[in-house]
Every structure is written in structure tokens, then in C-alpha cells.
Design a protein around this ligand. Structure first.
Ligand SMILES: Cc1cc2nc3c(=O)[nH]c(=O)nc-3n(C[C@H](O)[C@H](O)[C@H](O)COP(=O)(O)OP(=O)(O)OC[C@H]3O[C@@H](n4cnc5c(N)ncnc54)[C@H](O)[C@@H]3O)c2cc1C
Length: 405
């Protein structure tokens, strides 16, 4: 499949098409009707820098939402996605995962999630929905295109990818703030005969050797994986109590009424950077993650999951909690979250914890740089499917206004 580029240049002119891209295996979802005939490989021009008005980095829900709003405003852009397929972030999560938000809150702007509004989609349905979304709105996504470095050159942004460099006036980083798995430093001291994995590598119980399993980290991933494993393994879940939603989200009242109060009311409208309650919650959440949404502590206990406090280290073949409890296991799964993973951003725009200095998604350190899908970017819902659209629209509005100026 051939592909071309449709972005407008910085002065509103059509971006130069790169002949090499016309003959290379096409990773751009969209095929342009006015595509020039592909030159033969031998006639290929040397690789030059392409130019777009805007580059969006990441084609998850955040990047696709930004792309949708930019397209509606007629702003030329390209979306760079490192994966081979849209939705792979979801496909690669554990097999039994269902969203904790019902389908009625899982649609992005302009396209509702198909099917029964009160059911909880599987992770693969979510992945397929994102792919269908990009196709429906003909969003200009280029796959297998990891942004390896973002920097400034001659007053513009430049993104380096394996396939070449791309310049733009404005850049939106929509790569979420969870790209690099985080494990505690003492993971390096754990005996070799104990199997270690991070939660992002976990798929199903069949993958885990016989013997007790220790899950380190008591957030949503830890709790859900514990429930997934407890039927086949002896499971210990370590970590402090992170709080929980005090009702069953999948019960009749939960699905029909209460989940709306939490997802649309609390997470989207009340817990925002604009409310004192939201700011307090944000501070509390920093580095600690969300309260348990689907799994309640009582369910864990009833299922036979043993709870212990935070693991402080590993000694003499055993994990040891801060209180001194010793735990032996055959497998440890680190449900300890992620680093932001923005080390490829070669610009002075990050704070000491590696997170962007930004307000509502606009960099406060550099004009023309925006973010989408960050943890609590505007509200708790900023990282959620049903909440990211509001932030994406705001970013697209700013970009469009900048371009008009
Ligand atoms: C286990 C789990 C369950 C969740 N369940 C729900 C739920 O039920 N409901 C809900 O609303 N939310 C849920 N979330 C939260 C959120 O919806 C997801 O984390 C979602 O994947 C975030 O979307 P995103 O677009 O911000 O980031 P991502 O999905 O991580 O997308 C970022 C994209 O950027 C790409 N990328 C990264 N770096 C680069 C680079 N350098 N160059 C190019 N591309 C790059 C990645 O490949 C990826 O496709 C869940 C999260 C987790 C972890």
C-alpha cells in the first residue's frame, strides 16, 4: 500500500510529499486519492526532512482524539505511532481484562462505542474500537513510527524516527505518562530461581509456574491480577490500601446509576485541577494511582488472597515487608506502575520527576508544545477513554488559534 502525507506546511502550504514514502511499505492508514504515481525504487530521492504543521506522537485514545479535533478544524498533521497496529496497548494487556467503564463511557468524540451501553468491553473490543475510530475519520496515522528524539532546530520542532526526520511548528505528545515499567531497586537482588515479571507482561495464569505468587503493588492492576490468579495459585498481595469504590460497578445499580456518578460526576467534573477537592486528590494520587474500582478488599479476602503490607526488600531467599513479615514465592509480579518514559524528549520541558511542566496540556516551558492523556492533566478522567476528548479538544483549539495568529 502506498501512502502520502497530507499535512500543511507552517505557512498553510501543502507539506512536501516525500517520494521515498510513496514506495516504502505503507504504514499510513490513509491512502490519498491524489497520490502521485510511485517512482521506482531506483529513482528514489535521498531521504529528506518531511514537514507538517503539527505532529501528534502516539495513536492511543489521546492521540486519536487530538487528531480527530485537529482534522475537524482543518489543521494538517500526522500521528506517529510506534506500534504495528492501533490498539496494541490494549491487546497486550492481560487476557481476562475488561474495562471498568461501561461502553456508554468508552466512546471517543463523534463515535459511540458499539453494542450494549451497559456492558463492560473486553480489552480487544477496545483495541478494535480505536482502530475503527481512526479508520472512520480517516485519521492520518503512520504506524511503526516511534519518535526517538524530539528537539528544536531552526525555530521548529524536529522528530527523529527510524524512517527519517519530520519537522513541525507544533507538537502534541500523546504518549501517556506510563511507558516505562517501574520496579524497585531491590528487584536486582532477587534470587534467580524466582520468576520476575512486570504487570504489563502478565497475560494469564497458564504463563505462571506452579508455586506461590507474590504481587507487589495493591492498586487496580495488582488487585485484578490477584483475582485472575487466585483460582490456580496461592496468591499474596502486598501494598498499602489505596481506597476503593464502595459498590459493585457491575451490579444492576452500579451499571445503571452509580458508575455514572463516579465516572462522569466525580472523575470528570468534581476531581479536576480547578476544584480544591480535585487538587487535594491529585496530590494524594501522585505516585500512588487510583483507588480500586472493580475489585473490593472484601472480594480479595473472600477469594483467598492473602494481604500483607509494603515489601521493603529481599533477604535470604525471601521478600520482607516493612513490618518484618517474610514471604516465600516462586513468582513475583511487579504491579508497581510506570515511569513517565519521556527521556526521548530532548527539550528543557520536564520537571525533576520527569513529567512535563504543563497546564491543561499546554507546556509552560515551551511554546508550541502540548500534551494529551497525562495523568490528571485536567481531571482524573484525563487518562480515561470517556474523559480524554475534553482535553484533546482544548489542545486542538489552542493549536488552531496559534496557527490563525
Ligand atoms: C490495566 C488498565 C486498565 C484500564 N482500564 C480502563 C477503563 O476501563 N476505562 C478507562 O477509561 N480507562 C482505563 N484505563 C486507563 C486508560 O484508558 C488507558 O491507560 C489508555 O491506554 C490510555 O490511553 P493513552 O492514549 O493516553 O495512552 P496509550 O494507550 O498508552 O497510548 C499511547 C500510544 O503512544 C504510543 N507511543 C508511545 N511512545 C511513543 C513514541 N515515542 N513514538 C510514537 N508512539 C509512541 C504507544 O505505542 C501507544 O499506542 C486502563 C489502564 C490500564 C493500565
Amino acid at each position: 500500500m502506498a501512502h502520502s502525507h497530507t499535512g500543511t506546511g507552517p505557512n498553510g502550504t501543502r507539506a512536501d510529499r516525500h517520494p521515498a514514502d510513496l514506495v516504502e511499505a505503507g504504514n499510513l492508514l490513509r491512502t490519498q486519492p491524489d497520490l502521485a504515481p510511485a517512482p521506482s525504487a531506483t529513482a528514489r530521492a535521498p531521504v529528506e526532512t518531511e514537514r507538517y504543521a503539527v505532529i501528534v506522537i502516539g495513536a492511543g485514545q489521546a492521540g486519536l482524539s487530538v487528531s480527530y479535533h485537529l482534522a475537524r478544524k482543518g489543521v494538517g498533521h500526522i500521528v506517529l505511532e510506534s506500534a504495528a497496529r492501533i490498539g496494541d496497548v490494549w491487546r497486550n494487556r492481560w487476557d481476562s481484562l475488561r474495562l471498568f467503564t461501561p461502553a456508554k463511557f468508552d466512546g471517543l468524540d463523534g463515535y459511540r462505542f458499539p453494542g450494549d451501553a451497559d456492558t463492560f468491553p473486553t480489552k480487544d473490543q477496545m483495541a478494535d474500537y480505536l482502530e475503527a475510530y481512526a479508520r472512520k475519520f480517516d485519521l492520518p496515522v503512520r504506524l511503526n513510527a516511534r519518535a526517538e528524539r524530539l528537539y528544536r532546530v531552526d525555530g521548529r520542532f524536529r522528530v527523529e524516527t527510524e524512517g527519517g526526520t519530520i519537522d513541525a511548528d507544533q507538537v502534541v505528545v500523546a504518549a501517556a505518562s506510563y511507558q516505562k515499567p517501574r520496579v524497585p531497586a531491590f528487584a536486582g537482588t532477587v534470587d534467580e530461581d524466582i520468576k520476575q515479571m512486570h504487570s504489563h507482561e502478565y497475560r494469564n495464569p497458564g504463563q505462571i509456574p506452579d508455586g506461590p505468587v507474590l504481587l507487589v503493588g495493591g492498586g487496580n492492576s495488582g488487585a485484578e491480577i490477584a483475582m485472575d490468579l487466585v483460582g490456580t495459585h496461592t496468591v499474596t498481595l502486598s501494598g498499602r490500601e489505596v481506597g476503593h469504590i464502595p459498590f459493585d460497578i457491575s451490579g444492576f445499580l452500579g451499571r445503571k446509576i452509580l458508575v455514572r456518578l463516579v465516572v462522569r460526576g466525580l472523575f470528570h467534573r468534581i476531581l479536576t485541577v480547578k476544584t480544591p477537592m480535585g487538587r487535594k486528590f491529585r496530590k494524594k494520587m501522585h505516585g500512588h494511582g487510583m483507588p480500586l474500582i472493580r475489585t473490593r478488599p472484601g472480594q480479595l479476602e473472600a477469594a483467598g488472597v492473602r494481604r500483607v503490607g509494603r515489601i521493603a526488600g529481599f533477604k535470604d531467599g525471601k521478600f520482607v515487608t516493612a513490618e518484618g513479615t517474610e514471604i516465600s514465592c516462586a513468582t513475583v509480579i511487579w504491579c508497581t506502575g510506570y515511569h513517565p518514559g519521556f527521556d526521548w524528549i530532548d527539550l528543557p520541558v520536564l520537571d525533576e520527576s520527569g513529567l512535563p511542566r504543563q497546564q491543561y496540556g499546554k507546556s509552560t516551558a515551551m511554546d508550541g508544545l502540548y500534551f494529551a492523556g497525562l495523568h490528571f492533566q485536567y481531571a482524573v478522567s484525563s487518562t480515561m477513554v470517556g474523559g480524554v476528548g475534553r482535553d484533546a479538544r482544548r489542545v486542538a483549539d489552542w493549536i488552531s488559534a496559534d496557527r490563525q495568529r
